[in-house]
Ligand binder design. Sequence first.
Ligand code: 5AD
Ligand code: SF4
Length: 430
Amino acid sequence: MNVHESEKIAGMLSDIGYDAATSAEEADVIVFNTCCIRDTAEKRAYGNIGALKGLKKTNPEKIIAVVGCMTQQKGGAEALAAKFPFVDVILGTNSLDMLPILVQQKRAKTARIVVNEDPTVDVSVDLPIHRTSGTNAWINIMYGCNNFCTYCIVPYVRGRERSRAISEVLADVKQVLSEGYKEITLLGQNVDSYGSDLKDGTNFAALLKEISALPGKFRLRFMTSHPKDFNKEVVDVIASSRNICHNIHLPIQSGSNEILRRMNRKYTVEQYLDIVEYIKAKMPDVGITSDIMIGFPGETEEDFKATCDLVEKVRFSNAFTFVYSPRKGTPAAKMEQIPADVKKSRITRLVKLQNDVTKRLSDDYIGNVYEILIEDVNPKYPGTVCGRTDSGRLVTVNGDPSLIGEFCDVKITKSRSASLFGEIVTKENQ
Ligand code: 5AD
Ligand code: SF4
């Protein structure tokens, strides 16, 4: 979501004549696209913005803007303005389209600008986009979230769910396909509830069906799903389509029903396992990934062990693992917190367990042939390129950048934890 917003920022600035700079020293305009979902992201943003103080002092004509959801927290814009008096423009995600005007106004030496906005105001969707990933195009299908998980700041800073009309989404998809993109990722905080606010009978399964039926060879991905809404109808559409990837990101957060209840997740471990079983039965080659959080207030050793059991049971192909951090204004921030050393020991154990699971699953790929969409060079290994299997696994092969954007059949020869290595068997059109 944030990467895609950065593409919109780059697109708007390029429309008014700016090109990408290679360093902060060289840049005329520096835009920080912030995220406040976790404490670590917020601290990093504070550090990076603060680090520019000296540069601004020696180059007062440089324009520094801070945008993104950190500015939309209650009192967030004011706090940023007070802490960083050298920042010129502070702007929330829903007013992103004002950025070029504000940059131009600043160029014309008007005063400092802080836009403190209402997160329920609708987002401007037809912003120019400077897409940065060569093969994949992100397309927002909805904005905001209605779920209010008790740890999460997103509904407060991004407002309620707003789905884009199916005709608008389809127009964007056709546009990027005509531009030669080979992969489309549909974006939303909770894509499964797409359409529920449109009141015209549209739902996510219908949207997927329409897009996947468009002509041409391309892959379709989406994120993020919510286990309470992800349903068998969507699984059936994916399983019977020719191009929707068998890669499902389904954040479980915790393997303890008591913790899930206190997180306000509105599903149980049993319901989660039920949908996972259905997915695996329909798509045995699926890669299921997840977000898992440890250290939520009140998490006992038993709760944590239940999370580990679930990781073993589901065998996620990969997982983003997080240490809970209190977000001001959310219900969980007021609950009794658990000690930092307990959190540290649990995250270490969880990461090790997930790495073991990922490694075991990687070994299952060896010797088989998979279709890979080559996305980029792999800078770690000169002379190689990399791409993903349909299930979402990264594969590195020998090859040159001319292969980027091509589908190749690749035989997997080696694995190293989450990464796979292979040899091209056949290229597209061969
Ligand atoms: N602390 C830690 N992790 C969080 N996430 C959301 N809020 C918090 C928080 N306060 C994680 C969740 C979510 C992912 C995007 O970020 O796991 O799925
Ligand atoms: Fe946050 Fe929950 Fe909404 Fe995801 S579903 S954005 S975790 S409130």
